[in-house]
Design a protein around this ligand. Structure first.
Ligand code: ATP
Ligand code: MG
Length: 425
């Protein structure tokens, strides 16, 4: 036997046992974005490498070590997208969607980062995200946060995620803070680990993110980002905080929250959970008012977030909340005896004609009632239709409820749909 080929490390199959929960989560997401009037944008999975270098920043974890970059046959440098904000901005500029306009967009799909695979961290993973362009006030920041909060509620995980909030201020304010941070940390180089020493030169704000305890201890007395905010950003931030409170959304201000990508300014936020170990950030976002211009468009304010769908699903599974996911089959149609097959098929097709959203599975492969009912139960269906010769002759079906206490009952084919509606709809 030849050696079997396996999936690429860190890239997962989504098997039928999991696809029900994925589809269900995706449906909730689609419903929620639609309820806020957001429109979908789909961009290619591959982009020019320069797009990510210029937007995410050369000295970030993503660009320095996580991108899948390769030369195509023409010798062009291409990259599998590690995130989708840059692509949305690229597409928006390219098609004239952004200048002097408001756009509320969303996307969902695979992203690629060459990281060490572990629970909640993969090399191909999926993000759902929203991006709102052309609006610079805290009202739109509030809207995208509310949209995410609505999802937590729908999924039943609102008690298990907390909102962390910060403001990075204007570019100038951030630069002033950077200088102050570097000045402070430079006096304590002996306490910095190798990573932080490197970042001190290249991307000092990222040191605030360090997991190293000694570094964290040092940061206790470091200058505070929020004290460096410019007047306008400060105003923006306090209005957002006020509106969040009015909307009943709890949050924690975390002045160490900086995010790993260079393009953010002003509002940044993360939804974090302590139920997933080290991979606790389920959703992250913020403002990126400079990015559109930086990528060649006219200056356009923007805010958005990205949610990790694997982490969301892991959270649902960890908290035992997957019972709310519907079984893949609603109605299982049994039929015993060759003669009744055409009748059973007619019933199944009729139900599909009447209610396309019902999932109707027809038994195939014969066998007695006992065997067929076993299958019906295994399918997860709410109801089995029992069809034998007697039923076929009378143009009737016997309805057996598999998850309810209702008695088994016979009903004419004409009345079947109405009866099933009482439980299935
Ligand atoms: P982390 O600090 O966990 O590496 P990040 O700051 O790199 O996250 P973002 O680029 O902001 O993450 O991506 C937004 C969200 O996408 C994350 O909060 C997370 O839920 C998800 N995500 C990011 N990288 C991965 C990955 N390798 N595998 C699975 N999900 C991921
Ligand atoms: Mg990361």
């Amino acid at each position: 036997m030849s050696k079997t080929i396996q999936a690429v490390r860190g890239m997962n199959d989504c098997l039928p046992s999991d696809s029900a929960i994925w589809q269900w989560a995706e449906t909730q997401i689609r419903n929620v974005v639609a309820s806020y009037g957001y429109q979908e944008i789909r961009t290619p999975i591959v982009e020019s490498t320069d797009l990510f270098k210029r937007s995410i920043g050369e000295v970030t974890d993503i660009v320095e070590k996580e991108m899948y970059t390769f030369e195509d046959r023409n010798g062009d440098s291409l990259t599998l997208r590690p995130e989708n904000t840059a692509s949305c901005v690229r597409a928006g500029n390219e098609h004239g969607l952004l200048y002097n306009q408001q756009q509320r967009l969303w996307y969902m799909g695979p992203m690629f980062r060459h990281e060490r695979p572990q629970k909640g961290r993969y090399r191909q993973f999926h993000q759902f995200g929203v991006e709102a362009f052309g609006l610079d006030g805290p009202d739109i920041d509030l809207e995208v946060i509310l949209l995410s909060a609505r999802l937590w509620k729908l999924f039943g995980i609102q008690e298990h995620v907390t909102l962390q909030l910060n403001s990075l201020g204007s570019n100038e304010a951030r630069q002033a803070y950077k200088d102050a941070l570097v000045a402070y940390l430079s006096q304590h180089k002996e306490a910095l680990d190798e990573d932080s020493l490197r970042r001190l030169e290249s991307n000092p704000l990222r040191i605030l993110d360090s997991k190293n305890e000694q570094v964290q201890a040092l940061l206790h007395d470091a200058p505070d980002l929020l004290e460096f905010l410019d007047e306008e950003s400060s105003q923006h931030f306090s209005e957002l905080c006020e509106r969040l409170t009015q909307a009943g959304i709890q949050y924690q201000v975390n002045s160490r929250l900086v995010r790993g990508l260079d393009y953010y300014n002003r509002t940044v936020f993360e939804w974090v959970t302590d139920s997933l170990g080290a991979q606790g950030t389920v959703c992250a976002g913020g403002r990126y008012d400079g990015l559109v211009e930086q990528l060649g468009g006219r200056a356009t304010p923007a805010v958005g977030f990205a949610m990790g769908i694997e982490r969301l699903i892991l959270l649902l599974q960890t908290l035992g909340l997957t019972d709310q996911v519907p079984a893949p089959v609603d109605i299982y149609v049994t039929a015993v005896g060759d003669a009744v097959q055409p009748f059973a098929l007619k019933v199944a097709e009729l139900l599909r004609n009447q209610h396309l959203h019902w999932r109707v599975q027809s038994h195939c492969g014969g066998g007695n009632f006992k065997k067929q009912l076993k299958r019906a139960d295994k399918s997860g269906a709410a109801v089995a239709l029992v069809i034998g010769e007697q039923e076929a002759q009378r143009d009737e079906v016997s309805v057996k409820w598999l998850r309810h206490d209702n008695e088994q009952q016979s009903v004419s084919v004409a009345e079947l749909g109405a009866l099933l509606s009482t439980v299935l709809d």
